[in-house]
Design a protein around this ligand. Structure first.
Ligand code: ADP
Ligand code: MG
Length: 700
C-alpha cells in the first residue's frame, strides 16, 4: 500500500475540503480555521453536506460530536444520519446546525458545581480547526466531529475550550512581541506539540484474570519477579513478533487518521514501549493523542494483547509518562525556540527563553499540577521519573551565554559543537549536539523545543499545554508592555533578559534531578515541592493563578474553582476504587488461597506425625506458622482498610476527603499489599489465583 495514498484517508482534511467544497465556501472556512473568523450558518450547511456525502461514501452510518469532558477521556454521543422524509422515505441527513452544535446531557459529566443536575443543558460546538475523522470499528463507520463542550451559561466543561483560548492568548502576545522586533509580516504564532507516548503491552488472557488491572489499570498486588529491568536488555531491544504485528496495524490505523506516528521502540521496562508522532498544532496534537490512546487499546485487543496506559502498572519497574515537546512557530515558519547558529547574537530567542524561564519559576506549582493525576503519584519523584519539583534545564551553551550577558551586558560567543569521532576511518564523524540531554529534568530545553517530561501516560495533554501557553502568554504580555515603552529597544531587550534571569535563575538546574541532594538544594532555593497530586491541586485557586488565567482570558475564577473541586473528587474516586478492588481481591482470592495452602501444610504435619516421630514435623510447623502469621497480618490490614474506606465515605468536603484518602486509605492499602505479596512467594504456585509479575511482563 502506498502510504502517501492512504495517509489521512479517514480525515476530512484540507485536500478533501478543497476538492469537495465550492471555492467560496472553502475560502470562508479556511478564514475561520486560520484567523478565527466567525462562521456563517449557510457555509456550515454546505460544509455539513459535503462532509456527510464524503462520510456516506466511506460507509458511515452515524455521526458523533467527539469531545473531552473533564474526566480526561473522550466522550461521544452517536446519532444516525437517518431521517424520515415524505411518505416514510428514508433520508440521510446532516445539517449545518447538527455539525456546529450538539446538546449532550451535561449533567452526566463532571462540572465541579458549575451546573446542578437540574440544569442539564450543555453544548458541544464544532472545532473546525481539528479535522473531522472517520472511526472504523466493529460497530461500523462513524463520522467524528471534534467539539468543545460548555455549559448553558458558557463555562468550559471540557479540556479543549481552555486549550483553544490559551492558544489565542499566546498567539496574540507572541505576535505582539515579534512586531516589536520588526517582524511585521508575522500574523500568527502557533504552538506546536509532539507527545511521545509510553505504554505497556501484556497478554490479554492474563490481563482478564486480574481485577486490579481491569478496574484500576494497575496491579495493586504482586511480588517482584526474580528478574526485573536490571539487565537493561529491553530498551531499544528487538521487538517481539506479536508486538510488531500490533505496531504495524496501529501505524496503519493512525496514518489513516492523519496521525504521523513516526518512531516506535521498546522502553526501559520489560513489556514497555513508546510511540512518537511528528508534532502538530497543539489542539490537533491533543486530539490525536487521545486517538492514539484509544487506538492502542482497541488494536491491542485484536492481537490478544492488553494495552496499559496507567502511569505505574507494575511496582518495581519503570512506569510510563508522556513527553510533551512544546515550541512556538510563526505563520512564516520560524521556530521561536530555535537558537540558530549564533545563539549569543539571537536576542529574540534569548528573550523568549527568558519568558519561559520566568513563567516556569512563577507558576511552577501550576505546571506540576497540570501534569499530575492520581496514577502519576506512583511515579513522579521516584528514581525513574522527574521529581515533583519543577526546574528547567537549558544546557551549558545557553547558561554560558546568559552568564556573559549578565556579566558584561553583551554575549560575544557560543560554545561550539564538538566533533565526535568513532576512531574508525570509514565511520563518518558527527557533530555533537550543543548540549547533552538531561533525562532527569522535568522541563528540558532540547535544541529547538521544550520537553515537559512530567505528564502522566494516561492523561490528556490539554491541561499541561493550557498551562504552558497561558503562563508564557502572560509573561510575553508583560515583556511587550515594557518594551513598547522603551526608547532604545535593543538595549531594553538586553536589560530585560538580564533582569529576568537574575530574578528567576533559581529554577534553572542541570544536575541530577533524581538525587537526594537536589531535594535539599531545591529547598534552599525556595522552590516549591508538592509531593502529591492532592497537595498540588490548591494552586488552581491561588490569587496569582486566577489573575493570570483571567488576564489571558483562559479560565475564570468559577471555572478554576470547579476544576479544583473535580480534581479532588477524581482523586478520591480513584483511590476508593483501588481500595475496594484490593479488599475484594484480598478477601475472595488471596486469603482463601493462603488458607488452602495452610491446610495443605497442616495435613502434611498430621501425616508426618502419624508416620514418624512428632518432632520430624518441626520444619513443616515452621512453614505453617509463617503462613498463618502473614494471614493474620493480612486480615488485620484488610479490616483497617475497610474501616478507613467507610470513614472516607462519610466525609462530605471534597478537599478534606481527598486528604483523608491520601493519608489514611493509601497507607492502609500499602499495609495490606505487604503481607499478600509475601504470601505470594510462599504459597503453592498452582494455588495462586492470579498471574504473577513475571508471567505478565516477560511472557508477551
Ligand atoms: P529528540 O531527538 O529531541 O527526542 P525527536 O525528533 O525524537 O527529538 O522528537 C521527539 C518529539 O518531539 C517528536 O514527537 C517530535 O515530533 C517532537 N518535536 C520535534 N520538533 C518539535 C518542535 N519544534 N516542536 C514541538 N515538537 C517537536
Ligand atoms: Mg523524549
Amino acid at each position: 500500500m502506498d502510504l502517501t495514498q492512504y495517509f489521512g484517508s479517514n480525515t476530512f482534511n484540507d485536500t478533501v475540503m478543497r476538492e469537495r467544497l465550492p471555492l467560496a465556501v472553502y475560502k470562508a472556512l479556511k478564514k475561520t480555521i486560520e484567523n478565527g473568523e466567525e462562521l456563517d450558518s449557510e457555509i456550515a450547511d454546505t460544509v455539513a453536506n459535503a462532509m456527510k456525502q464524503w462520510a456516506l461514501e466511506r460507509g458511515a452510518t452515524h455521526f458523533t460530536h467527539w469531545f473531552q469532558p473533564m474526566t480526561g477521556v473522550t466522550a461521544e454521543k452517536h446519532d444516525s444520519f437517518l431521517a424520515v422524509g415524505e411518505k416514510g422515505r428514508v433520508l440521510m441527513e446532516f445539517s449545518g446546525k447538527e455539525l456546529i452544535k450538539g446538546e449532550p446531557d451535561a449533567s452526566s459529566f463532571p462540572s465541579g458545581g458549575l451546573r446542578g443536575t437540574f440544569e442539564a443543558r450543555g453544548y458541544t460546538v464544532w472545532d473546525c480547526t481539528s479535522p473531522a475523522f472517520l472511526r472504523e470499528d466493529a460497530s461500523g463507520v462513524t463520522l467524528c466531529i471534534p467539539t468543545a463542550f460548555c455549559s448553558y451559561t458558557g463555562e468550559a466543561l471540557d479540556k479543549k475550550t481552555p486549550l483553544l483560548r490559551s492558544m489565542e492568548a499566546i498567539d496574540k502576545q507572541a505576535t505582539r512581541l515579534l512586531h516589536l522586533f520588526g517582524k511585521k509580516d508575522v500574523k500568527h504564532v502557533e504552538v506546536c506539540v509532539g507527545a511521545e507516548q509510553e505504554y505497556f503491552l501484556i497478554d490479554r488472557e492474563k490481563y482478564l484474570k486480574r481485577d486490579d488491572l481491569i478496574f484500576t489499570g494497575r496491579t495493586l498486588f504482586g511480588a517482584k519477579p526474580p528478574k526485573g529491568q536490571e539487565m537493561d536488555d529491553h530498551y531499544f531491544g528487538t521487538i517481539k513478533e506479536r508486538v510488531s504485528l500490533f505496531m504495524h496495524e496501529l501505524n496503519e490505523e493512525l496514518w489513516k487518521l492523519g496521525i504521523h506516528a513516526k518512531t516506535q521502540h521498546n522502553e526501559a521496562a520489560p513489556a514497555q514501549h513508546e510511540l512518537a508522532p511528528i508534532f502538530s498544532t497543539v489542539n490537533i496534537e491533543t486530539d490525536h493523542n487521545q486517538l492514539v490512546m484509544e487506538c492502542m487499546k482497541k488494536i491491542a485487543a485484536r492481537h490478544g494483547l492488553a494495552c496499559l496506559l496507567h502511569e505505574k502498572p507494575f511496582a518495581g519497574v519503570n512506569g510510563s509518562g508522556k513527553h510533551n515537546n512544546w515550541s512556538l512557530v510563526t505563520d512564516q515558519g520560524e521556530n521561536l525556540m530555535k537558537p540558530g547558529k549564533k545563539p549569543h547574537e539571537n536576542m529574540q530567542f534569548l528573550l523568549f527563553l527568558a519568558a519561559v524561564i520566568k513563567a516556569t519559576d512563577e507558576h511552577a506549582q501550576l505546571i506540576r499540577m497540570s501534569a499530575s493525576c492520581p496514577g502519576n503519584d506512583q511515579r513522579l519523584g521516584g528514581a525513574e521519573a522527574p521529581p515533583s519539583i519543577v526546574s528547567i534545564f537549558i544546557g551549558e551553551q545557553l547558561e554560558d551565554i546568559l552568564a556573559q550577558l549578565i556579566k558584561s551586558g553583551k554575549a560575544t560567543s557560543s560554545i561550539e559543537r564538538e566533533k565526535l569521532t568513532f576512531g574508525v576511518s570509514y565511520i563518518p564523524y558527527i557533530k555533537k549536539d550543543a548540549n547533552d540531554r538531561n533525562r532527569t529534568s522535568p522541563f528540558a530545553f532540547t535544541g529547538n523545543k521544550f520537553e515537559l517530561r512530567m505528564v502522566g501516560s494516561s492523561m490528556s495533554i490539554a491541561d499541561a499545554n493550557t498551562v504552558l501557553n497561558s503562563i508564557v502568554a502572560d509573561t510575553l504580555a508583560e515583556f511587550a508592555t515594557e518594551l513598547e515603552k522603551a526608547k532604545d529597544f535593543d538595549s531594553a531587550v538586553v536589560s530585560l533578559i538580564c533582569k529576568t534571569i537574575n530574578e528567576h535563575k533559581r529554577v534553572i538546574f542541570d544536575g541530577n534531578g533524581y538525587s537526594k541532594e537536589w531535594l535539599e538544594e531545591a529547598a534552599r532555593r525556595g522552590l516549591p515541592n508538592k509531593e502529591s497530586y492532592v497537595d498540588a491541586i490548591e494552586c488552581l485557586t491561588y490569587t496569582d493563578t486566577i489573575n493570570m488565567f483571567e488576564r489571558q482570558g483562559v479560565l475564570s475564577k468559577a471555572e478554576l474553582e470547579a476544576r479544583a473541586e473535580i480534581s479532588y473528587e477524581l482523586y478520591s474516586k480513584t483511590i476508593n476504587i483501588e481500595a475496594r478492588t484490593m479488599i475484594e481481591m484480598a478477601s475472595r482470592k488471596f486469603i482463601p488461597a493462603a488458607v488452602k495452602h495452610a491446610k495443605l501444610i497442616a495435613d502434611t504435619i498430621n501425616a508426618v506425625t502419624a508416620a514418624l516421630d512428632e518432632t520430624e514435623a518441626d520444619n513443616t510447623r515452621e512453614m505453617l506458622g509463617e503462613c498463618l502469621e502473614l494471614l493474620g497480618d493480612a486480615r488485620r490490614a484488610l479490616k483497617r482498610l475497610n474501616d478507613n474506606v467507610n470513614t472516607a465515605a462519610r466525609i462530605t468536603d471534597e478537599q478534606e476527603k481527598a486528604h483523608y484518602f491520601r493519608d489514611y486509605v493509601v497507607r492502609a492499602m500499602r499495609d495490606l499489599r505487604e503481607p499478600i505479596d509475601s504470601l505470594e512467594l510462599l504459597v503453592d504456585a498452582d494455588l495462586w489465583p492470579v498471574p504473577t509479575y513475571g508471567e505478565m511482563i516477560f511472557e508477551v
